[in-house]
Ligand binder design. Sequence first.
Ligand code: PMP
Length: 423
Amino acid sequence: MTTSGPPEPKPGSQANQAGHHNLDPHLDRYAARTAGMTASEIRALFAVASRPEVVSLAGGMPNLTALPLDSLSTQIAELVAEDGLVALQYGSAHGVPTLREQICEIMAMEGISAHPDDVVVTVGSQMGLDMVTRLFCDPGDVVLAEGPSYVGALGSFAAYQAQVVHVAMDDEGLIPSALREALAEAERAGQRVKFLYTIPNFHNPAGVTLAVERRAEILEICAAHGVLVIEDNPYGLLGFDGQTYPALRASDPDNVVYLGSFSKTFASGLRVGWVLAPHAVREKLVLAAESATLCPPTFNQLVVSRYLSTHDWKGQIKTFRENYRQRRDAILSALEQHMPPGCSWTKPDGGFYVWVTVPEGVDTKAMLPRAVTARVAYASGTGFYADGLGSRQMRLSYCYPTPERLREGVRRLAGVLESEMEL
Ligand code: PMP
């Protein structure tokens, strides 16, 4: 028997399309849906951006330095001593009941009145995105999402071969008339729109918040077209003035799936989030969760639950907000001071991100290696669109670096942009 390396890819196969069939002998075995799975540009950046000399404005890592680690470690030791045999055991796919009750109290801050039975605990809200897409999307189904949108959501949609149609936004968030047009266009083309995915508060990556006046209109449009709304709200409690906005879910419990998370308000590494589903959807969601993970980690859920019942978690969120507000102030004033003419950016009132538009002729993706050489990194805008737009945009995350580092990063970035504009 002779072996002559991996077989030639069949015409039209993934191996052939990928154009690198020599690298992976399994290419012809992958399911068709894996064709949409590509490494996110942001993940690819992480390695270079995490070198200490580089000011990274690229990743959206929460700044955890304000967490009370001493008392947390006491709490965790007590959890093991008092409740270890439960904490270290399997639990239900639905999630720990006490935590689901506490989650309902948190959501009440945004006007949501929910029953704990309708909450399903997930491994971060990213798992919620995956489950919701798995439940609702067949290959080719259309999903509407703001343009730009959260890169992890685009990844989930691609993994299930949904087709993303972006809907324009402005400084007040998603534009209702653009939503109407997108729906009309899809209907003309005979496409099935399954849901609108939206991040109403302190948007990732755009940094804007959906105006309260637009909320009812958006819900009405979706209801009239039979389109479900997926409301992704990990930043809702991180408004710098302490303001919260009424959740979409609060006004239309039967047509909104709400995704929440403890990643930005407590600890991202615990990977605890949740889905609040319309009652009718909950059963299927629990089944989807069960087949994905059997159950979310009991230990981590009990850590979160204890933290909520023993710590001043609202005070802790206030401290986080204050830290992020200082960083937002630092980055905005540095942008004002250093950026060359022709650049514009959003002015976030909460959350982690500023969305910058650069002058025509500058390509943020092509510029990135030169920025990294100048020791600053950002996320280029193209990663936040499913359709190749975004080359004149970039996302700057101000959540992690100190205000001094942010100012230095923006100074370096402005220098790179200036030389780019001279080219
Ligand atoms: N949605 C949005 C808009 C996000 O920004 C993030 C995290 N960056 C997530 C969902 C996922 O968060 P997690 O899985 O940590 O809850």
